[in-house]
Design a protein around this ligand. Structure first.
Ligand SMILES: [Fe+2]
Length: 379
């Protein structure tokens, strides 16, 4: 179906922050208690957030630092128990993907009574929230440029205990508003800057070829890839350059919009066990198979030359070369073996790579034998 929908009101840049704060004041005039989740490091004291924090100072607020990376069921239980007595009516998430994912899960499960990790797991895997009449509204202010979580309606929760990764997904989990402030991304460590940009590049590319691709998604996707391709090689020399950060923040939102309607495909599906078993950063893990999966999907792509052109490449080898050049430039290992993967380990990766809604969203079927051969070739 060639259809696109996204309800998030997006404001961009520090010059929009005051109008954004006014909009929140009007829209949430009757809200009294606001939960503010931050990534820590006093990010809420940033100059560009002054007007938003001033608006929030008129409310009763609970500020909670969420220094989580890839939150799991136990993290959610602890966070939920910590904040439960506050009775929040609105959540403001100022942080990266993990902070925004935590906001989404709290939004979906605020009214669910849970005392144990098993009960959190059950609430997520049974999709308890589907029958819930009220989702707490939330606002996203990303401090990284890659996740796109501020414009998607799902969150990822990890479960190392069960070797699984869950999706909390519902159309009511879209943020009501998002404020994109590239200034907030300048202090990101370089490795995180690169990993998140590669994540956005995969979101855009996978959205482009997804089973659920559509005309609007492909326009957003190509624009996102072009921006990342032009900008990422320059960031190493000028990490403080706001114009470069603006390009990457824009690319991240465009990629987020693109895959908000399609979700991801094989590269993300394979990345989850790579992250869980070998600790590879999410965006890097997704990018490690991007060129190989592109080669596998090539015959099924709509306008493949447009996708290759966005990468500045004439063929898939050119895309592979670009990705490898980014790894080399930033000192990142480009082979699975460098992260500790072995031939035997690959079989385990393959067994965990078939996430429902991701692998079956790939335009060309990828059998476990084909995947094993692909991953062994990337050792
Ligand atoms: Fe991702």
């Amino acid at each position: 179906m060639n259809h696109f929908y996204n309800p998030v009101a997006v404001s961009f840049g520090a010059a929009s922050a005051e109008a954004f704060a006014d909009m929140l004041q009007n829209r949430y005039a009757l809200v009294e208690r606001v939960l503010v989740l931050t990534r820590g490091g006093d990010v809420e004291k940033s100059d560009s957030l002054k007007s938003v924090m001033h608006m929030l100072s008129k409310k009763e607020t609970l500020l909670k630092e969420v220094t989580l990376y890839n939150p799991n069921c136990a993290d959610i239980l602890k966070l939920k128990q910590d904040i439960e007595p506050f009775g929040y009516e609105l959540i403001v998430a100022i942080g990266g993907g993990s902070v925004m994912d935590a906001a989404k899960v709290l939004s979906a499960l605020q009214r669910k009574q849970v005392q144990t990790v098993a009960q959190v797991r059950e609430a997520i895997t049974s999709e308890w929230y589907r029958g819930e009449s009220h989702f707490t509204p939330w606002i996203g202010i990303p401090t990284t440029s890659g996740t796109g979580s501020e414009v998607t309606c799902w969150a990822t929760i990890w479960d190392e205990e069960c070797g699984s990764k869950y999706s909390v997904s519902d159309v009511r989990l879209y943020a009501s508003e998002a404020l994109i402030l590239p200034e907030l991304t300048v202090t990101m460590p370089m490795r995180l800057s690169v990993a998140t940009a590669l994540d956005a590049m995969c979101h855009a590319t996978e959205a482009y070829w997804s089973v659920h691709t559509n005309t609007i998604t492909r326009v957003y996707a190509l624009q996102a890839i072009k921006r990342i391709r032009r900008t990422l090689p320059l960031l190493i020399e000028q990490p403080d350059d706001l114009a470069l950060r603006e390009q990457l923040s824009t690319a991240s939102v465009l990629a987020g919009l693109a895959f908000s309607n399609t979700r991801t495909t094989a590269c993300h599906s394979i990345s989850y066990p790579l992250t869980m078993l070998y600790g590879i950063d999410h965006g890097i893990a997704a990018s490690l198979t991007l060129a190989a999966v592109m080669r596998h999907n090539l015959a099924a792509l709509i306008d493949p030359e447009k996708l290759l052109h966005a990468f500045g490449a004439a063929d898939v080898d050119g895309v592979d070369h670009f990705i490898q050049s980014i790894y080399n430039q930033y000192g990142l290992p480009g082979r699975l073996g460098h992260y500790g993967a072995t031939v035997e380990g690959i079989r385990h990766v393959v067994s965990l790579s078939y996430t429902k809604g991701r692998m079956d969203n790939n335009p060309v079927n990828l059998s476990s034998e084909e995947l094993e051969r692909m991953l062994v070739s990337l050792l």
